[in-house]
Design a binder for this molecule. Structure first.
Ligand SMILES: [Zn+2]
Length: 390
């Protein structure tokens, strides 16, 4: 194995992580939930319409029966009427009886026609209800089609991103020997996504625990010839190329620290994330990263603890300059002395941060928007997600 092959393995993992994220996004598009709700609504409307249609059909059958009977009676009355005036009899009594017959038939028909009218009104009311339900269903169908269109577009976009990631993955994977790639994939599946990890100093960036310093030294000296694993999480350890132990301590002069604390609930389960780079190299070299759960607390406490965690991780380097980039306006404004520290739970954290910053000759505190603080933000979410999955 060579250092390049091990480096490529970290590249493979980066693209694996990106692909997992895209697949997850594809499965959990917000439109999918909305589509499901609209489908349920449509099924409800269809059930209602079918129930109304059933009642309407019964009433319609009644209406037709009454109409038939009225017609039959009408025909009988006409027949009897014709017979009355046909001159078949001159008997006044018979003629009177025949007239009574005709009158009775006509009365019966008129009664039936009145009933038919009532039934027809009921049927028309049901027809109206049915039309209204069908109009609602048509609107829901249109909404379903719109959502399906949006999902198709989003899927297309994600698939295009996935294709790019797949190609980048294949390029990196092509560099990694097959046996190492298989080993990595097995470990990644077992270790919640961390099959390989950078060895920073003596610390594994996957689980943030330390390996003995003699072991870390051996791993660095082996330059990838022997594969080393983290004893704690099992990740394949990839040392920084070309960084002899102790070298960092001498040459790091200027640091950039990105930090972020997050709380799901505020207060709620919280975590901190921080990454520290050597500002003198181009591109800046990652020196330390922190990703930890800190229990139930508030967002502001987590933001302070993220900064303190990041400063703690690099305090031993005794750098001269530190640039702090935090997305908490509160932390930055308070440490700059622009805002007062009022909360008693923040005061000790503020003092601790101030003490750590006092070790630097130059302190540059800047607020950055969350979008520009992606790595620290990702480490917070990583810690919270890992805690969630237990
Ligand atoms: Zn580890």
């Amino acid at each position: 194995m060579s250092t390049d092959q091990l480096e490529a393995l970290l590249g493979v993992q980066e693209h694996d992580t990106a692909r997992d994220r895209l697949r997850h996004r594809r499965l959990t598009l917000p439109e999918r939930g909305e589509l499901e709700a609209q489908n349920a609504k449509l099924r409800g409307l269809e059930a209602q319409a079918s129930e109304v249609r059933g009642r309407r059909d019964v009433v319609l059958a009644d209406e037709r029966r009454l109409d038939d009977e009225a017609r039959t009676l009408g025909a009988k009355a006409d027949e009897a009427d014709k017979h009355l005036y046909s001159g078949s009899t001159n008997s006044p009594r018979e003629l009177q009886a025949m007239q009574a017959d005709v009158d009775m038939l006509r009365r019966q028909r008129s009664d039936l026609e009145d009933q038919e009218l009532e039934v027809m009104e009921a049927r028309e009311t049901l027809d109206g209800e049915l039309a209204a339900l069908e109009a609602l269903a048509a609107a829901v169908v249109a909404e379903i089609e719109r959502l399906q269109g949006l999902i198709a577009v989003a899927e297309g976009e994600i698939d295009a991103e996935l294709a790019v990631e797949d190609a980048a993955w294949a390029t990196q994977a092509g560099i990694v020997p097959e046996s190492l790639l298989a080993d990595y994939q097995r470990r990644r599946a077992q270790n919640k996504g961390a099959g390989a990890a950078r060895l920073v100093g003596t610390s594994c960036t996957a689980c943030h625990l330390s390996v003995p310093s003699t072991e870390a030294e051996q791993i660095r000296k082996s330059e990838g010839v022997n594969i080393a694993y983290c004893d704690n999480c099992g990740a394949i350890l990839v040392p920084f190329a070309g960084n002899e132990p102790g070298a960092d301590e001498e040459k790091v002069e200027e640091l950039i620290l990105y930090c972020d604390g997050g709380s799901r609930g505020n207060p709620g389960p919280s975590a901190i994330g921080a990454v520290v780079f050597d500002a003198a190299t181009d591109p800046p070299t990652l020196i330390a990263s922190v990703s930890e759960c800190i229990g139930i607390t508030t967002n502001n406490v987590a933001e302070y603890k993220a900064l303190i965690g990041g400063l703690d991780a690099v305090a031993h380097l005794h750098a001269r300059i530190v640039h702090v980039r935090a997305d908490s306006l509160l932390v930055i404004k308070q440490l700059r002395g622009e805002w007062k520290v009022k909360h008693t739970n923040i005061k000790p954290l503020y003092a601790e941060a101030r003490a750590l910053l006092a070790a630097y000759e130059i302190v540059d505190l800047q607020h950055v928007r969350r979008e520009l603080n992606t790595e620290a933000d990702a480490l917070v979410n990583q810690a919270l997600d890992a805690a969630d999955s237990y």
